[in-house]
Design a protein around this ligand. Structure first.
Ligand SMILES: C[S@@+](CC[C@H](N)C(=O)[O-])C[C@H]1O[C@@H](n2cnc3c(N)ncnc32)[C@H](O)[C@@H]1O
Length: 235
């Protein structure tokens, strides 16, 4: 059984959800986080933006753009969602480094790349709810060359204490409302908010990467513990 036993939905469910919200994903993401999730993407980009970088679960391409800005020479965006890629392509077309981005439709648990194909890899807001996260971690390790780095960021289990208390209220009451108003899909955002509360801790997440064979695994909370960056090196 997966160590990440709390991914309770099927991949088909997720594909349908991301297909539905793709066109409004960026807008809701910025509004619901007051733009703060951009800081998390930039922190991960600073960790991995060297040489050829894999962006796994690239979605609308915002992490890929952050990697280019932080110095990556090229980025391969991988995602299962053609709808998300339509948004990413339209957005990155205007980017001065658009020629350095390639889009590959595929699944992070079965990466269509050779061993050691990438200098580094990153994945932002993806691992939390995919089924087969162990396989995803193992595949990421396989495609990063020795010495390269993986950095993963996600909104893992809410922090304890007062901040966590108010954050849960925000997740349960306000996030679905933003989803309903801005994306006309309260159900999708109710699920996404619930998946944060069922998620494993950053410590468990770090263990998962170590179990997949990454060395020097470390983690850092962001935004007061609402998000975490976890990274490791391929020995
Ligand atoms: C919450 S979005 C994150 C997008 C982007 N990384 C960001 O920073 O905003 C999650 C993305 O992961 C993709 N995804 C979900 N399951 C996947 C899988 N098994 N393999 C590849 N991509 C997947 C979805 O299609 C979606 O685009």
């Amino acid at each position: 059984m997966s160590t990440f036993a709390r991914a309770t939905v099927s991949q088909n469910f997720l594909d349908d959800l991301y297909g539905r919200i793709a066109r409004r994903y960026d807008l809701v993401n910025v509004v619901q986080s007051f733009g703060l999730l951009g800081l998390v993407r930039r922190a991960v980009a600073r960790c991995v933006a060297r040489g050829l970088v894999l962006d796994a679960g690239a979605g609308s391409g915002r992490f890929a753009a952050a990697c280019l800005a932080a110095g990556a020479s090229r980025v391969v965006c991988l995602d299962r969602s053609a709808e998300m890629f339509a948004v990413a392509r339209a957005k990155l077309a205007a980017h001065e480094k658009a020629g350095r981005v390639r889009f590959v439709l595929g699944d992070v648990t079965r990466l269509p790349f050779a061993d050691g194909a990438f200098e580094n890899a990153g994945s932002v807001f993806v691992f939390r709810n995919i089924p087969g996260v162990d396989a995803a971690a193992a595949e990421m390790r396989r495609v990063i060359r020795p010495g390269g780095r993986l950095a993963v960021a996600d909104a893992l289990a809410p922090p304890p204490g007062v901040l966590g208390y108010f954050y849960k209220i925000y997740l349960n009451a306000v996030v679905p409302l933003w989803g309903r108003l801005l994306a006309r899909d309260g159900a999708a955002y109710r699920y996404l908010a619930a998946s944060i509360q069922k998620c494993i801790s950053a410590q468990e997440f770090a263990r998962l990467l170590a179990g997949a064979g990454f060395a020097d695994v470390a983690r850092k909370p962001k935004l007061g513990g609402i998000a975490h960056v976890v990274w490791g090196r391929v020995p």
